[in-house]
Design a protein around this ligand. Sequence first.
Ligand code: ADP
Ligand code: SF4
Length: 687
Amino acid sequence: MARDPRYDILFEPVDIGPLRARNRFYQVPHCSGMGYRHPRAEARMRGVKAEGGWAVISTQECSIHWSGDYEPSPDALLWDDRDIPALALMAEAVHEHGALAAIELTHNGPMAGNLYSRVPPLAPSHTPVDDPDPVQARAMTKTDIANLRAWHRKAALRARDAGFDIIYVYAGHDLSLPMQFISRRWNHRSDEYGGSLENRARLFRELIEDTREAVGERCAVAVRFAVDELLGPGGITADGEGREVVEMLAELPDLWDVNVSNWNNDSTTSRFEREGNQEKYTAFVKQVTSKPVVGVGRFTSPDTMVSQIKRGVLDFIGAARPSIADPFLPKKIEEGRPEDIRECIGCNVCVSGERRIVPMRCTQNPTVGEEWRRDWHPERIAPSSSQDKVLVIGAGPAGLECARALGERGYAVTLAEAGDELGGRVTRESRLPGLAEWARVRDYRVSQLARMPQVEVYRDSRLSVEHVLEFGFPRVVIATGAHWRRDGVGRTNRVPIPGSPAGNVYTPDDVMDGVPIAGPVVLFDDDHAYLGGVLAEELRSRGLDVTLVTPLAQVSVWTWATLEQFRIQSQLMNAGVGVATCRNLTAIDPNGVELACIYTGARSRIEAASVVLVTARLPDDELFLALESDAEKRADAGIRHLECIGDAHAPSLIAAAVYAGHRYARECDEPVTDEIPFRRELVAIND
Ligand code: ADP
Ligand code: SF4
């Protein structure tokens, strides 16, 4: 199909210093949880995006020197020449598909404790490091500053030799030395690197000049700079020092990549910010520089992108998460099929990979992180190897993705759903406060299925064992989901809580089903992911008096990994939700709950009309177990393969259910072996 001419502007080439980008789609630096430990996986993942049409593909943070190590995070490294080949793999993969390769050179100073290199971290001024390790960074001497400049220069030369086209000087987020020098919060110096803004920006300026001098003939020099820290006058602001820095250095780099700091504010989830949310901070930049400007805002809509360009906000549409959820986003717009875009839902499950120090995964794109190790491509899948008909039962995230990917392979699929709506838990959860965009997980798959004549979707079709046997399809996939427990069993209470279940005890399913619940409510969150906090917010929005009780010290602790914990807890407290931390729920009675301090056992009580237990789920696997236990009946009916996937197999994240559905579709006709089912990057014993 031809491209919609409205989007032509997105495909104009743009010059960056001595280089030309083929269009305006720019994958800004983002971490992947792979880095130097998984270089082949990293290279393939980036190469796939280049194939998907992005004009520029950036690395994640690349540490320039061992005095600023980020361990245990596995980001990129350029400490000496031996680090070049791993990064060269990525540059080659990106070039193979006609994109420019950018590298983000960083020295994070006092953000981490140098747990690997064991040298005191460096900082503009004496300060404890940002991580809670009992480590202090020391104030850099002039010699240290000169050394830093030399290391940065060497790293730039190595990056050029590795094949990179665009070399970044990094002052985005507060986790980089140039940014810390600029910031009055970090920089208390009284020499020519402290005091006035000009002095504080000196190091940034010098690094840009050094980089240009070292590699400027062949490479473009980009900067990433956070123009606002969202700290008000105490920090850098877009109408204060942020703007002044851009004005001061306006024409020095070849490209301005601008964002907000810190990472929690930059990669906000859809629960808290909408597409294009950074415009209010970064829009001024194009007015003060003639150099191309890239900015981010979880852009997935081509109309919004065009608007950003036409209104003179940005020259490049920067993207990290939208490029993870759909590496082929530019190609899909270019080929006139924007409806095929697998839109990012802004859940930050990808970010949780880096935070938990494992290769990232994505709720929408099950192939991410699997490009090399399983050879999965986001847009290509092997054709079916048989005429087997497949019955998929349950149209939640697992069943929908399974049916979609099987359909893409050419299998004839029947998808049966008990309810009158598709999407399972994702549909229900997307109705909770702030989670509307999560419905994209359903919408993308439902719209793809609608175009597959060989896939039939039946609603209001709760299948029994007899029904399944009657179908007699050779392949049956059970994706019937899970339900929340009503007895309080979970991480803290391994046996049922006394008094549960009872008439005043409710589950998250009840809340999502709109069952009437009387206040005051105690919500006991022993799950620690997002749902307990969201449900407390939902119940509060119904005008109920709500107290969230958790055995941990913070609300929704796991959401630290999705950069949301602080926002969630402050939002709940501001909404008037009571928060009782470090307390276990030990008994429920008709008038309230008994609590015990997890440290001292001290007892307390909260009067409540209702109790919502967010503790654990149980798989809805009766159908699977009944079929599984009767091999004879299965054989008689012609069922040769039976599989249980997603939450019905073991409750987990939506991302895990999508992944399980995809994996079944990819691997259902592969031989079962004892081999490890993916490639590993083994450490080379050769130096
Ligand atoms: P997952 O996250 O694993 O996809 P969900 O709970 O989101 O799980 O989705 C499971 C879906 O399966 C729900 O929409 C549910 O209505 C449906 N379902 C459960 N049991 C049956 C059944 N026996 N027949 C058809 N559909 C079922
Ligand atoms: Fe977007 Fe979520 Fe995928 Fe991250 S994990 S790219 S936020 S859909």
